[in-house]
Design a protein around this ligand. Sequence first.
Ligand code: MMA
Ligand code: CA
Length: 334
Amino acid sequence: MKAVESEVHDAHFTVDKQNISLWPREPPPKTGPYLVLGRCLTVRAAVVLLTLVLVSSALNALGPSPRPADPWFMGTMSDVKTSAQLLQGRVDNISTLSSEIKRNSGGVEAAGVQVRMVNASLDHVRSQIQRLEISVKEADARLQKLTSSWEEVDKLNAQIPELKRDLDKASALNAKVWDLQSGLGNISKMLKQQNDILQMMSQGWKYFRGNVYYFSVMKKTWYSAQQFCVSRESHLTSVTSESEQEFLYKMTDGLIYWIGLTKAGSEWDWHWVDDTPFDKLQSARFWIPGEPNNSENNEHCANIKRSSLRSWNDAPCDIELLFICKRPYVPSEP
Ligand code: MMA
Ligand code: CA
């Protein structure tokens, strides 16, 4: 702000008719036409008055009309008087003009004050213009930056199709990777399942179509055998298909094993101890011909007695036999 103030003091201009001119330094000296005219008129008036005084005193020195009758002299005197009166009139005019000039000079001074005010305003306007110029330059610089940015954007836009193609390729690859990963995941699960199965097989369990079977090495009554199976999260086995029946009788190899079929309970009908519904019609083909005969009215539990499709016999529940436990194979979580 101080810089602006100092600039205000240094700024100058002149007013000439309708034109306003800015000056870098000092305006021309104040020797206006009014002052020059005023001085000139004053000097002339003084000279005329002095001449009149001199002429009149010269006339008085000649004495009271030495030759009053001289017509040339009288004429001359008359001319001189007339001239003096004329001059007196002019002097009066001049003094009137002088007072007018004085009045006008006051107006000129007022105009000067206004001119100085206008000068100050113009200085202010000029500083504002300078600031505007700076702003315009800054805006121009920003515009240039934006233009170059746009050019960059254009270049990047041009790269978009290629990038899109790359993205498509990457997506395709990603899908393949996903497939491979899920494949690996499946393989991993299968390996885990196989590991579980191997572990159970090492403990004597046999895997068949989603179930594992334990063929005992110790003999127990039907009910004790069922309790043993329950302690191993299983039940005495049920038989629900010909293939399962085939698997079981081939594993028994002629030895007698309890299975989970019994009449013991509230109904006194054959039923599976693991709650699988007993299909009497479908199961008829698995009994040894002539069985179940409920010998001595005391045979309420079933076993696999022969290594053949028709292998079941009913027998007393309290005799001790080998037995087969069965439980669904549920893969453990990885
Ligand atoms: C044994 C016994 C029965 C079976 C007959 C078949 C003598 O009893 O195993 O359950 O039905 O044999 O002959
Ligand atoms: Ca029988």
